[in-house]
Design a protein around this ligand. Sequence first.
Ligand SMILES: *[C@@H]1O[C@H](CO)[C@@H](O)[C@H](O)[C@H]1NC(C)=O
Ligand SMILES: *[C@@H]1O[C@H](CO)[C@@H](O)[C@H](O)[C@H]1NC(C)=O
Ligand SMILES: *[C@@H]1O[C@H](CO)[C@@H](O)[C@H](O)[C@H]1NC(C)=O
Ligand SMILES: [Zn+2]
Length: 490
Amino acid sequence: MHWSLSSSTTLLLTTAAIIASANEEADVSSSSSSTSSYLAVESPVWLANIKTPYDNARSLALSEEDIMVRPLDQVKNLHLSNYPSPLKAPPVDDPEVQAVIEQIDWSKVPKAPIRKATVDGELKIEETKENDPYCWWSSSLCSNPKVDYIPEDISYCPQAGDWGLNYDDGPYRVWSEDEDEKQWEEPRLYNFLVEHGKVKSTLFYIGSNVVTFPEAAQRAFSDGHTICSHTWSHPYMTTLTNEQVVSELYWTQKAMKEVVGVTPKCWRPPYGDIDDRVRAIAWLMGMRTILWDRDSNDWGLAAQSISADTVNNYFQDWIDQRVANKDNDHGHIPLQHESSNHTIMLTEKWLPELQKHFNVVSIHQCLGDTSPYWEDGPWNNMNTNDNPASSVDRHISENAPSGENQPSTEQNSGDNNANIEFNDPGNGNSLPNSRIAMGTNNKTLSKDHKKMPGTVSSNASSLLPSSHPNLLLLDSTLLLSTFFAFVLFA
Ligand SMILES: *[C@@H]1O[C@H](CO)[C@@H](O)[C@H](O)[C@H]1NC(C)=O
Ligand SMILES: *[C@@H]1O[C@H](CO)[C@@H](O)[C@H](O)[C@H]1NC(C)=O
Ligand SMILES: *[C@@H]1O[C@H](CO)[C@@H](O)[C@H](O)[C@H]1NC(C)=O
Ligand SMILES: [Zn+2]
C-alpha cells in the first residue's frame, strides 16, 4: 500500500482543514470533516514512503477462530535499521523528523512553556488548577483543552459496566536467558488473554520496544489487540521542545507502521504528562490522547514502592463498588502495565474476576471505535461525536486535590536513589551507535522495570493523580559506558 504523497501534501499546504484519508485500495482521498468543530488533521502523510512488508494494513490480523495460544512467530522481511537508540531521546535534526516538523501547522500549537525537570529528573510542577492556561494534566488533572479545536482527552469508557482493558509500556521483553524470568515476557500475557475469551485490549507501545521486539508487536496485532503510541523513549513530554515532541512521536509512528503495518490514531503520554502544546502536536500528527480513570499503581510493585496487598485492594474495591451498584456513571479505563512479572501476575489474578462483573473489552471497543488506524480512513467518532468522556471535568472538579495535595516532589523524597540495574555491565565498550540496527540488537533494553523511586499518592478512587516519581535522567556518561536497564511506567 502506498499513499499518494503529492496530492495530500498539496492539500495540507492548502488548508489544514482537509482530511486526506489513507485508503488501501485507492490513492489518498480527501474529505472535509465538516461534522466536527475540531481541527481536522491530515493523515500522517509523512509515513507514505515507509516500507511495510504487508500487502495491506490488515494482513497480519487473524480471524477470530484462528486466534490461539501459541509461541511467537519469527519476524519476516523486516529491516529495522536506521532507528534512533532505544529509550534515548531521539535526535531532532534527522531529515525525516525535520520533514514532519515542516508539515505541522505551528500556528495551532499553543505556546505553553517548556516544563522543567528537577535535578533528579522529576517533573517540576509549578501551576495549580486555578492558574492553568494550558490544561496541564500533571498540575491540575485538566483533560479538556483550553483551545476549542483540540478534543478532550479520553479518560473512561462511556458505558457503565465496561472495562476498557489496556496495557502500557510493551511489548514486554526480558533480556535474560534465565528461564524463570524469561517465562514472563510476551507472549505470556497475550496467551493469557486468548485463554480468557480472546479478550481484546488496547496496547500503548513504546516505539523502542516495538523495534526491539517486533515479533511480539506483530503477535498482539494479529490477535486483534489495538495498538496505540506511548512515545519512543518515555519522557515527560511537557519537558521537551516542540521538535523533541515531534521526534518522540514520529519514530514511534514509523516503528508501528513498519512493524505492524498501521498508523495509530491514539496515544498516551507517559506519566499522563500532557498540556495543550503537547496535545496539539500529537493531534496534528494524527493522534488523540487517551488517559485513564483507574490507576492500579501496578508499576510500583516491581519498584517495591507499593505492596501487592494495596494493589489487590484497589481491584477488589473497584469490583465491590460495581457489585454494590455504586458505579453506574460510566465504565472505566484502568492504568496497567505489561512491563514486569508483577504486573502480569496481577492480570492473571484479576482479569477472571473482572470478567465476572464487568464487560471487559478494549478501550476501542468500549468507545465503539472501529477505525483506530489511519489506514482505516479519516477520524470518525473519535472526533465527530461529542466526546464520550465529556463528563470527565465534573469528576475532576469533584475529585481534584486541593493545592496542598497536588503531586509534588516531596511525595517522592527520601527515595531518590535510582537503582539502575545493568544487565550487561561487562559490555561497557560496545557503544550503541546512535543509528544502530535494532532488529537484532538484544542488549540495549532493560529486562524489567526496576526500582522506581517515589511514593504512591493516589488511591483506588479515580482521577486522583498518579504519583510523579522520578524519571531517571541517565547521565550520558553512564549511558555511553554501558548498556542499561531503564525504568518505565505509566
Ligand atoms: C519477578 O522478577 C523479579 C526480578 O525482576 C524477581 O526477583 C522475582 O523473583 C520474580 N518473581 C517471580 C514470581 O518470578
Ligand atoms: C543476542 O542475539 C544474538 C543473535 O541474535 C544471540 O546469538 C545471542 O545469544 C543473544 N544474546 C542474548 C543475551 O539474548
Ligand atoms: C481513597 O479515597 C476515598 C475517597 O476520597 C477515601 O474515602 C478513602 O479513605 C481513600 N482510601 C485510602 C486508602 O486512602
Ligand atoms: Zn508508560
